[in-house]
Ligand binder design. Structure first.
Ligand code: SF4
Ligand code: SF4
Length: 92
């Protein structure tokens, strides 16, 4: 399943990553792969910002604003019937 393109707040710090593979294991949408003993984001648009990867990463290499982010702002705009926009204050 794909979500809105290029709006997920997911970020990976490759320098911190120790290649343990936990993020790949816990992610329900196969967003990560382990390539060359480092995690890589291979499908960012499938991220639903659940936060499982960031909470379980032992190296604090992942950040994601779980439950908020631009996707929330854009969807809220759609539901209100107004122009979809990231105006929920989530990017400040
Ligand atoms: S859980 Fe963290 S340290 Fe482990 S592979 Fe993923 S990003 Fe790297
Ligand atoms: S926030 Fe959830 S869906 Fe997104 S990459 Fe992390 S575990 Fe996967």
């Amino acid at each position: 399943m794909k979500y809105l393109r290029n709006v997920a707040t997911l970020k990976l710090d490759a320098e911190r990553c120790i290649g343990c593979g936990v993020c790949s294991t816990v992610c329900p949408h196969a967003v990560f792969d382990i390539i060359g003993k480092k995690a890589r984001i291979v499908d960012k648009d499938s991220c639903m910002e659940c936060g499982a990867c960031a909470r379980n990463c032992p190296a604090c290499a992942i950040t994601v604003k779980s439950g908020v982010g631009c996707a929330a702002g854009i969807i809220a705009g759609m539901l209100r019937g107004t122009e979809p926009a990231c105006d929920e204050g989530c990017c400040g």
